[in-house]
Design a protein around this ligand. Sequence first.
Ligand SMILES: C[S@@+](CC[C@H](N)C(=O)[O-])C[C@H]1O[C@@H](n2cnc3c(N)ncnc32)[C@H](O)[C@@H]1O
Length: 419
Amino acid sequence: MGEGWGVARRYALVYVEPMEHTPKPVSDKARRDAAALVRKGNALIGRQAFVEAANAFRRALDLVPAHDEAGFNLGAALAEARRTAEAEAAFRRLIAAKPDIAAAHARLAAALEAHRIARFEPGMRLVPAGALDRALTDYRRAVDAVPMLYGCHNALGELFMAEGRLGEAEAAFAAAERYPSDLPDALLDLGATMRHPGNLADALAMHRKALALFPDHEYMTEDDYLATDLTFTKDEILLPDGFEVMMEWERPIMERAAEIVCHNRGDVLNVGFGMAIIDTAIQKQGVATHTIIEAHPQVIERARRWAADKKGVRIVPSVWQKALDDLPPLDGIYFDTLMPPMIPFLLRVPGLLKPGGVFLYFQFMVQFENLEAMIGKGLSLGIEMHPFDDIPGNAYYRLNEKTPDGRYAAPMFIYQKPL
Ligand SMILES: C[S@@+](CC[C@H](N)C(=O)[O-])C[C@H]1O[C@@H](n2cnc3c(N)ncnc32)[C@H](O)[C@@H]1O
């Protein structure tokens, strides 16, 4: 399982708190005292003094009732002391305190659905992104709960096994299997959440299928990418291993993105020149200024040649990380650099936009963290779905399932700063 799981004893026991989940009213002193008691309890477990350890964990829980480490290790100590009923109660209490993941999953999918728009139009009022805050926060808690739920059900299975209660053990192990270690990754892939609201098993299956279909590709660092020779064909930009940086078939999606980003024909920024598809479409829309940030030397060269006969275009030959302090206030921003880091860019967006300005990105495999990063930024959000056809040999589209009409679809996230 994930981080936080300490030394494996008979029950894969001692759990080390990865993150604070303490409710607000608990004082700092109570938290400090509870932490000291948990340390003491863990030391007592190490000396096989299980009853004394359980007492220390209980006292910690009196101070901080939502202390996961104290709760889990209480169950562990009681199990070792063969106080089975009390151990079972401790694990079950912890399970009951965790969010219902399927419900959080269904609620987030419904909350995202509320942002769905058929088509962005200038002047339309999008739903404030703040409407998602609660669903996103609850979902994060649910994702974080997966390792603990796995651990508790598994510990119950071990407990019942040791007692010879085989039927109950089997049921507990089966319950643990509902929280496998790749579930958090699947939950963070919101394509699966949106397609299978509340259905963890199908969301997990979709995520696994997508990963299995994805060709083996060593993710490279940005520095390595920028030093890599790219191949430019009529239809693609490719890395040496054949991985697609950009593909011609995305043209309709890029052209639609250009319409949105040029909503008022104002000052527009595109990050990532690629095959010039979106920038050519932006030029067709006609804008006041058109800034392009591009970092790869070969692509910069092509961008400069492309820009030679265009008016109002400024090529910024840099990684965006070094280029954002020198931009005019913007009416439209499109971001498509292919690779992380995206969140640091997202955090800058509200400060880069003019009131009424829009920021958009298109994502095949929707990342929860990207939506989470936009919590509390005062922007509105619309989600336009973009269908596309089966492209033989293409790596990305398979990350999505087909819609009922037999096409694939992925979302364009459109954020707007209020006027
Ligand atoms: C998927 S392509 C963009 C395709 C473009 N939207 C189009 O319509 O053709 C990604 C581009 O982002 C560039 N890029 C990657 N990391 C970057 C960074 N940190 N700063 C600026 N450009 C970057 C790549 O060199 C590549 O040209």
